[in-house]
Design a protein around this ligand. Structure first.
Ligand SMILES: CC(C)=CCC/C(C)=C/CC/C(C)=C/COP(=O)(O)OP(=O)(O)O
Length: 294
């Protein structure tokens, strides 16, 4: 009985890896996005739903993220952004914030290991956000990671921590103001005292000193990366993304059948037994997939 069980697990594993290969082949034919962003969400709900130990969902979420990164870099995605910890997250209980900081520290150390995905794929790591808000050990580890990977040039991984988009805009506006400040004070040396914002129009030669959108964009944390092509928010309860998840689940068995059917026809080479076997395999794969999707 034990041997049969082992055999079934082995066949199941082979089926899954074959399916992964098929899907990999199909996806690599299409256009590859330049920039994919992930919003890590739903870890606590997952922990609760699966009745796991506290904090386990975050660890599972992190290893899922690592697998996704591997696929992204295999496909040649150049920029990946991960929204890992927002400024709002600091409002959680001090114990929870502390345990998340500990986890972040542990995971940054993991990323820095020689055999990590980051080092295997030559990825430069950038931490974006108000890093001053992080605990000192985490901030120092983040700085170490940025320094250690600064010369990696194949891809970029931006990890947003202590990050919120409104804070990013505020930071960029402040930086732009500081940059323009000298020019504006020079301009105001006549004593007119324009200030940064002034009602009414500007003279043509003053326009160069006014903060423009490009100035602000230049100071955004993500200035070095192009805008994301796809943003994926994990957890199933987001507007529209939840509906998209349903669509993916329903479409996948059909896709699998289609993939296996196509492959069986391509590789059957006129052999009708092989052709039939391929179709049986396709149906089996779809049934297996249906049984594992919750
Ligand atoms: C280096 C690196 C990328 C490290 C990341 C490790 C880390 C601290 C992950 C936590 C991410 C987080 C707060 C997810 C949101 O889930 P949630 O707690 O908001 O779950 P909920 O939506 O169910 O409440």
């Amino acid at each position: 009985m034990e041997r049969i069980r082992e055999r079934v697990i082995q066949i199941y594993g082979n089926l899954v890896s074959l399916l992964q290969k098929c899907i990999f082949c199909i996806l690599s034919v299409g256009p590859i996005p330049n920039h994919i962003a992930f919003i890590m969400d739903g870890n606590r709900r997952f922990t609760k739903k699966c009745k796991l130990m506290e904090g386990a969902g975050h660890k599972i979420g992190f290893s899922a993220l690592m697998s996704m990164l591997k696929y992204c870099y295999e496909f040649g995605v150049r920029y990946v952004t991960v929204y890992a910890f927002s400024i709002e997250n600091f409002k959680r209980s001090p114990e929870e914030v502390q345990s998340l900081m500990d986890l972040m520290l542990e995971k940054i150390e993991e990323i820095l290991k020689e055999q990590s995905i980051v080092n295997r794929y030559g990825v430069r790591v950038i931490f974006s956000g108000n890093l001053k808000l992080l605990s000192e050990p985490v901030r120092l580890a983040a700085e170490r990671a940025m320094l250690a990977t600064a010369k990696n040039s194949k891809a970029v991984l931006s990890i947003c921590v202590a990050y919120t988009s409104t804070n990013e805009i505020m930071h960029a506006v402040q930086e732009s103001c500081e940059e323009k400040w000298d020019e504006i004070t020079l301009l105001n040396s006549s004593g007119a005292g324009y200030g940064l914002i002034r009602l009414g129009g500007y003279e043509q030669d003053e326009m160069d000193h006014v903060i423009k959108l490009t100035d602000i964009e230049k100071h955004m944390y993500m200035a070095a990366a192009p805008d994301p092509d796809i943003i994926i928010r994990t957890s199933a309860n987001s507007f529209l993304l939840g509906q998209a998840k349903e669509a993916v689940i329903k479409a996948s068995p059909i896709l699998i059948c289609f993939v296996c059917g196509t492959f069986s026809i391509i590789f059957s080479n006129g052999n009708r037994y092989q052709y039939k076997l391929g179709l049986v395999f396709g149906v089996l794969a779809a049934v297996t997939y249906l049984s594992i999707v919750p």
